[in-house]
Every structure is written in structure tokens, then in C-alpha cells.
Design a protein around this ligand. Structure first.
Ligand SMILES: Cc1ncc(COP(=O)(O)O)c(C=O)c1O
Length: 452
């Protein structure tokens, strides 16, 4: 172990990071404080300066290596600077980086075609954007145009982006991202059985929660529902989901009222949940729109909405244009990502590594009463911390302490949930069994240090 290595040794890597020669950490902190918007936050007490990445690892300015188990908040799918990806994106940057779809270029329809090959039949028309926020905005706009209705139903604790409209998709007074939405967004009760106001089996809780959507349609939006928007597994909301009957029942209520269903796959897509390529497939439903971003670009700014042709046609009545949406470089990134997910067997890796990770976390739960719940699928896992199993009082301070302790030991994870008491594990999909072992050892040691 060297001075720059953590106490528990990271699995070896062949990658040798370059010597960092940029501005010092103090200079960067000072520049941010003076010149960047103060709403932009960092997550550790002593902010982390990251200057290089390779596959599942990141390096700071001193050359210290970390195992990345947050992946830029689920943005890195195939691995940081995956060599094949870098080659393909560099080739496109060096050939043409033209930002408009008003001329033809092969990459734009090729990525749309490739996405269609990954979707259920009928979902085969894609509009590319720059972000997940825009993708959700566009899906909602199309749902409104197609149905002629105005109202949207989302879940409490949802996060679907940061535009003025998307901030309204989040439940007012239940989540810090909420923004006024003109009364056209309704927030249904979350189906998460761990924190539900309803009691019963997970299926019964899901039934109560889906009935809440039915009641909103009847009382608050009669004849006006355009769409239901939800993630198959809530990411920022704390890696929560309802029992398998939830989305099936909700989609039924929405469609009976003439509305459309939007699955936000920004975090759950591309095989991350292990058993399926898309998160919605875990629940046996087929949405009318699939929105995506983040992992599709593996770091390149990209978003997309895939829908059916009959719905997509609703946009043709107006001039709708996105300067960067569909640009050749982001499209090259998306094409490389989808190929590499298949070539490297990353969905299968999510399933296998996810099962190992989850079983290790269940084991930790038996040893540390601070852990109230372990949940998630594949490599999208959550560990909810509580001070008391009976009252389920959120252990917010302890979650922050664990985050600091894991960072000190060379492991980067995230935190989320309404009370910031859920640890989030969402690594690049290429992590190895040795990485999982390292992460579990670090978590064990961190729980031991922070307390039961
Ligand atoms: C589920 C989900 N939807 C949408 C978004 C917004 O994506 P973007 O930040 O690319 O606008 C996010 C971002 O975290 C997200 O997690």
C-alpha cells in the first residue's frame, strides 16, 4: 500500500494516469466561488477534484485512484474513456461536428434505427435532444398534442429534470426540486412499500397507490389527463419502486382515461437493471414513450424520446427544431455505447455483479441496524439508513458520514431520497467481481466506523 492508495487495496489496473498539471484545487474552488452560480454544489466536505477516468476508476489530481460506484449519477454506462468508444468519438470529432439535422448525415437515423431494434415493436421513432430534461419535456409536449389534454400525473419524490416544466413534475412541498406548474401536474402517492402511508403487502400497497392515480383522474383531471410520467425505479427519489402490479394497474387507469404513458429510462435503461434492457420490462408494461439520456452517451450530452409513429406525427403540425439534437458526434457516441453494451456483455454483467453486490448488502443489513432497507435491481441499488427500524426515522447525518468514510477509503457512491438518507450504488456497468468485493469491504468498514 502506498501513501496514495486506500487502506483496503483496490483491484489492480494497467492504466497509468497522466501527471496533472492544471490549476490547483484551491484555485478551482476559488474560481467556482467567484464565477459560477452558487446553486451548483459539490458533494463532499472537502470537494473532490477528479482529473482522469478509465473504465470503472477515477483519479484525483494527486494520482489517487477511486472505484466509481456513482458513474457521474448513472451517466457512465460502458466505462470511463472505454478505448473503443474514444476511438469512434474521436474519429467523428475529427471528421464532422456539425450541429444540425437540416442536412442529411448517416449517424442520426442509424442511432434511431438501432434504438428501435432494442424497443418493443411499435416504439420505433426517435427524436434526439441534449438532455433528459428536454426528452421529458418533449414527451409531455407530444402527449399533450396527441391527446388534446393538458394534465400530467407524476409521482411524489420524482426527479425528471431541471427546466421550469420538469421542475413542476416533482411533487410540490415533498422535494426540493419542485417548482410551480400552473396546476397542470398532479403528484400521486409513491408506491414504495418501505415508506408508504398505506400498510399491507407490497402488492396491496401498490394497489392503494395505483388507486390514487385512478382517483386523481376522477377528481382532479376528469377528461384532461394527457400522460403519466414515472421512472420504472425512482433514482433520485431513493431507488424505490412499487410491486410488479403497480405500473400495470396505473397504465390501465391512464389509458382508460385517454392518456399516454411515459417511462423515464434515464437511469434504468440500457441493461442496468440486469434482467432486461429497459426498466419497464421488469414490470411487464409497454409505455407509449421511452425517454432516455445519460448512459446513452457515456458522457456525451444526449437525450432521446422514442415513441410510436402515430404519436410522433403530432409534432409535424409545427416547426420543431433542436440545434444540437441528433448531431453527428453525440450520435457516434450513442452508436458506440449501444454496440459496446452488446459486445462487452454489460447487461449480463449488471445481473451477475448486481446479484453479488445485493447479497453483500443484505449481509451488511444483518450486521448493522443502521440499514433499514436494501433494494434495487442489477447495478441500481439503494441502502436506506434509519436510526430506528420501528419508526424508520431517516438517518440523514449517518448517511453523510458513510459517504465521507467511503470516499476516504477510495470508493465513490451517492446519496438520495427525500431525506438524503439512501446510499446509492450505480457504478459503470463494467465493474468486476473484485471491484464489488472491494466496495463491500469498504462499506463494511465504513458502517463499523460510523456505528450500528
Ligand atoms: C430519471 C431522470 N430523468 C431526467 C433527468 C434529467 O436529465 P438531464 O440532467 O440530462 O437533464 C435525470 C437527471 O438526473 C434523471 O435522473
Amino acid at each position: 500500500m502506498t501513501a496514495t492508495e486506500p487502506m483496503i487495496a483496490l483491484p489492480p489496473t494497467d492504466h497509468i494516469p497522466r501527471q496533472y498539471t492544471g490549476p490547483s484545487k484551491a484555485e478551482i474552488v476559488a474560481m467556482r466561488a467567484q464565477y459560477t452560480n452558487p446553486a451548483i454544489f459539490t458533494i463532499y466536505k472537502d470537494p473532490l477534484l477528479i482529473v482522469e477516468g478509465y473504465m470503472q476508476y477515477l483519479w484525483d489530481e494527486t494520482g489517487r485512484r477511486y472505484l466509481d460506484c456513482l458513474a457521474g449519477i448513472v451517466t457512465i454506462s460502458i466505462g470511463h474513456e472505454h478505448p473503443k468508444y474514444v476511438k469512434r468519438v474521436q474519429a467523428q470529432v475529427g471528421t464532422l461536428n456539425h450541429a444540425t439535422t437540416i442536412y442529411l448525415h448517416p449517424n442520426f437515423p442509424m442511432l434511431a434505427k438501432k434504438l428501435a431494434s432494442k424497443m418493443p415493436k411499435g416504439l420505433e421513432v426517435t427524436y434526439f435532444t441534449n438532455s433528459g430534461t428536454e426528452a421529458n419535456e418533449l414527451a409531455v409536449a407530444m402527449a399533450r398534442l396527441h391527446t388534446g389534454n393538458s394534465d400530467i400525473i407524476t409521482l411524489r419524490h420524482a426527479y425528471h429534470g431541471n427546466s421550469a416544466t420538469a421542475m413542476g413534475f416533482t411533487g410540490m412541498h415533498t422535494w426540493k426540486f419542485a417548482l410551480e406548474h400552473g396546476g397542470r401536474v398532479h403528484h400521486a402517492i409513491n408506491p414504495d412499500p418501505y415508506r408508504s402511508p398505506f400498510s399491507g403487502t407490497p402488492e396491496e400497497v401498490a394497489r392503494f397507490a395505483s388507486n390514487d392515480v385512478r382517483d386523481i383522474i376522477r377528481t382532479a383531471t376528469p377528461g384532461k389527463v394527457a400522460a403519466f410520467l414515472a421512472e420504472p425505479i425512482q433514482g433520485a427519489g431513493g431507488v424505490t419502486h412499487g410491486a410488479p402490479n403497480y405500473l400495470r394497474e396505473v397504465y390501465g387507469h391512464i389509458r382508460a382515461a385517454g392518456g399516454l404513458c411515459i417511462a423515464d429510462e434515464v437511469q434504468t435503461g440500457f441493461g442496468r437493471t440486469g434482467d432486461h434492457y429497459w426498466g419497464f420490462e421488469n414490470w411487464g408494461v409497454v409505455p407509449d414513450f421511452v425517454t432516455m439520456a445519460k448512459g446513452l452517451g457515456n458522457g456525451a450530452p444526449i437525450g432521446a424520446v422514442t415513441t410510436r409513429m402515430d404519436i410522433a406525427k403530432s409534432l409535424t403540425g409545427r416547426t420543431h427544431f433542436n440545434t444540437f439534437g441528433g448531431n453527428p458526434v453525440s450520435m457516434a457516441a450513442g452508436l458506440a455505447v449501444l454496440d459496446i453494451i452488446d459486445e462487452d456483455g454489460l447487461q449480463a454483467n449488471c445481473k451477475a455483479r448486481g446479484a453479488e453486490f445485493r447479497s453483500g448488502l443484505e449481509q451488511l443489513k444483518r450486521s448493522y441496524s443502521l440499514i433499514g432497507d436494501v433494494r434495487g435491481m442489477g447495478l441500481m441499488l439503494g441502502i436506506e439508513l434509519v436510526t430506528d427500524h420501528a419508526t424508520r426515522e431517516p438517518a440523514k447525518g449517518q448517511a453523510a458520514d458513510i459517504l465521507e468514510a467511503t470516499r476516504e477509503a477510495g470508493l465513490l457512491i451517492g446519496k438520495g431520497g427525500l431525506d438524503s438518507n439512501v446510499l446509492r450504488v450505480k457504478p459503470p456497468m463494467c465493474i468486476t467481481a473484485a471491484d464489488v468485493e472491494f466496495a463491500l469491504d469498504v462499506l463494511e468498514r465504513s458502517f463499523a466506523a460510523v456505528g450500528r
